[in-house]
Design a protein around this ligand. Sequence first.
Ligand SMILES: C[S@@+](CC[C@H](N)C(=O)[O-])C[C@H]1O[C@@H](n2cnc3c(N)ncnc32)[C@H](O)[C@@H]1O
Length: 165
Amino acid sequence: MQDPSPWIERFADLIPTGGAVLDLACGGGRHAHFLLQRGHSVTAIDRDVTALTPHENLEIIEHDLEDGSPWPLGARIFAAVVVVNYLHRPLLPQLVAAVAPSGLLLYDTFAIGNETFGRPSNPDFLLRRGELAEAARGKLEIIECFHGRIEIPNPAVKQQICARR
Ligand SMILES: C[S@@+](CC[C@H](N)C(=O)[O-])C[C@H]1O[C@@H](n2cnc3c(N)ncnc32)[C@H](O)[C@@H]1O
């Protein structure tokens, strides 16, 4: 399995101990399993969950997040909401709302400028400058925010935020 995002690794210690975590658009579950190993229970959502390895503390939800169906988690809140390499803008308010008191939003995905490196290059999948901070404004305290070129695992332009309720 691919290593977790360095951004998620870096801030994982700030997630309240033992708290439940949401891994949105989890893919093969590299962050879900990283967080399970750290003692969190994890809810992992993706439209394709076939690559996920089951675990007693892993709740797997197969769900299309973009087909207009209702948000599958109701009013549930999480000690951390983790999103890596996925963007569906209409979900941003929902993701902020799903952060529990003292919990974290850890978001790391591609941003405007990435089109010079390749895909994704469609602006629908690229965060605009300041967009995550704007989504958090008035609701979460920003611990750290980044928009720029990264080199690992590959050259890309990303926007990343760690913000706390
Ligand atoms: C680039 S992968 C990132 C996976 C994981 N977050 C990671 O960092 O390894 C994007 C993920 O978004 C999921 N995805 C794309 N569109 C989706 C949708 N409409 N509903 C749910 N998941 C979706 C894909 O199935 C894929 O697993």
